[in-house]
Write a protein that binds this ligand. Sequence first.
Ligand code: NAI
Length: 788
Amino acid sequence: GMSVSDLMDSMEYGPAPESAAEALAWLVDRGDRFGQFIDGGFTSPGETFDSKNPATGEVLALITQANAADVDAAVEAARKAQPKWARLSGHQRARHLYALARQIQKHARLLAVLETLDNGKPIRESRDIDVPLAARHFYYHAGLAQLLEDERPGHAPVGVCGQIIPWNFPVLMLAWKIAPALAAGNTVVLKPAEWTSLTALMFADICAQVGLPKGVVNIVTGDGAVGEMIVAHPGVDKIAFTGSTEVGRKIRAATAGTGKRLSLELGGKSPYVVFEDADLDSAVEGLVDAIWFNQGQVCCAGSRLIVQEGVAEAFLDRLKARMAGLRIGDPLDKCIDIGAMVDPAQRDRVAAMVAEGAAEGTVYQPDTALPDRGCYFPPTLISGLSSASALMQEEIFGPVLVSTTFRTPGEAVQLANDTRYGLAASVWSESINVALDIAPRLAAGVIWVNGSNMFDAAAGFGGLRESGFGREGGWEGLMEYLGPERAAKALKPYARPDRAPEPEPADPLDRTAKMYIGGKQARPDSGYSRAVHGARGGLAGHAGLGNRKDIRNAVEAARKAQGPWAAASGHNRAQVMYYIAENLSARAEEFAARISALTGAQKTSAKAEVEQSLDRLFTYAAWADKYDGQIKGVPLRGTALAMNAPVGVIGALCPDEAPLLGLVSVMAPAIAMGNACVLVASEPHPLAATDFYQVLDTSDVPGGVVNIVTGPHAPLAATLAAHMDVDAVWSFSSSDISGEIEQAAAGNLKRSWVNHGKARDWAGPEGAGREFLRAATEVKTVWIPWGA
Ligand code: NAI
């Protein structure tokens, strides 16, 4: 007789395809040709292109390539609808979002099949992951809309949001974009990726079915050229983009200086770190989810295996055995593990990358037969690569895993972080001490302990470094769609005193105030200084003219200091800041006199500036150990921690108008949160800052945590913004250098927070608070499942 295991081996595999009939009928119903969804209705189709099923190559429908007039009409509809939508109560918006969630659930099967037909992903995934998570996103954000007024008072929606999404999770990315935008009172113009527009068009149908006010959601279709039109449109207040780092960089540059808000969710090369004490079978299963989920076409795919040397061979053996068992074929088949890639162009790109880079390592592909038509690529493992090889560094975006080994935990962290990306990471160890020690040290916005590819609407998702900025999900994601409610009357712009003194060789008697770099006073590299005059015209002193070399030295010092400073406890950082305040307080009279002489401020208001600076130091010393993260209620046995981590090295152009208070208001939140900073002092009144060195010097601030450079804002800002080792640039300068800063920031996609030359009331509530703390931190989400 046959044993059960014989049977399991010899049994014929019987396919169990999901029926496509309902989805195909829906397409036929709409004439197989789609216009766009603008102002609550479908336009008639214009110039069209084919949308194909990658599993068969068959044309599913014709999609309109939007033209400029379409984009104009969509933006105009969104503009018109926005104030009314924002005026609804949170509860009323919540009811709309709730209705969308319900309707997604009601049409779940149709949406899942349509998604699989259009994208090629296994029906198991679209049915169990993409569509349920999309519905969950609308439910969760219905709740945020409901609570918004009470929980985040003093905020206003951004306005009209242009949203551009990729083809790998069409309906899920749509939900991630539209739900928070609508919850916060914005209206949207969304463009799906040209390969996968169908579920977005079906969602448009759903919007109409639930009676969403017209113009709140507009869907335009077409390729990157349509994306560019949305990005460039003057009627759009914010761009939210998910896609390649290359296009993200273009969008950063295109929006530079326009005042448009921007969030970018870009590529990754996420490490998957396996320690020798990991549960290896679970780690193999986790890796299957990490890199073969959605054919590896996942921005946070665990695509870089880093396994401890002692178990590497055993682990790779088990992995290869598992790869040989992966079922590849018809995505509508409910038992399929690996479906079709999205498009032949994408498959060919992946194949070319593998062919080019493979020589350096050892390639394994199971000999599973691929279907004889359709767009398939086998699961692939390339081992023995060095960290520097191209395949270890570049995003492949296909079912291709690369691997390397490590010996010590330190080496694991170093290898994991040896990338320009920083989207996600996994760490596997049965030791809670090892796992929770390593997790926060990984340079990533999302970290999975003993798991991979876990997502939920409550947990923030988004990257560090060149993986982009901003978060999606949770309150932190909602904040990307809100801004501070500003006073109706803007402050008068600050006018710099109309004197531009000539540079002169630094004073031979060395009365030039120096820069403050790495905890030491440093002469300006240029050897030049400029005379600084007081308000009455008299010579107040000389300040060094900083140049790019000074900035580079300051950044280097800041980088060295930042790690240890961040590792110090919030309590310790607070102590240092209280000490700064104490030392400033001891010299309050002297600082007030200096400010008054420089700016011409009345004695009393100069005194008030010093007092407010002390207040500010106390405020952020208080925050240093209280800007806590959150524990997110995610639907799994376990939890997701949202940790507020420092951004890193922040370069800041300090306000001209409040030479001491402005500098302190910028410095204090940055260092309280564990950042190191390079501050460029007030351009017209740098001497208040140079006096401040002495206060820092006597206050136990570790060298390099605060660096101060004096000189003209524009060129120094350009150097800071272009520097690849600076993580964020803030500008509160009265020169409008925001465009130059954001343009240069595209290089390493550093965060920017710029004022467009506008003044801020530093003495008032907008001079301090959570807006500063948020800018000084990155939310890192650490998922910790449990089970005994
Ligand atoms: P892509 O970044 O070109 O496309 C994403 C979206 O941006 C699409 O809707 C596209 O029409 C639009 N777009 C393209 N150019 C634009 C522009 N200049 N301005 C505004 N919008 C524009 O990604 P693509 O070409 O589909 O894939 C190329 C590579 O990008 C992939 O192989 C993969 O490496 C990476 N990628 C990463 C994704 C992620 O989620 N991180 C998603 C998709 C692609």
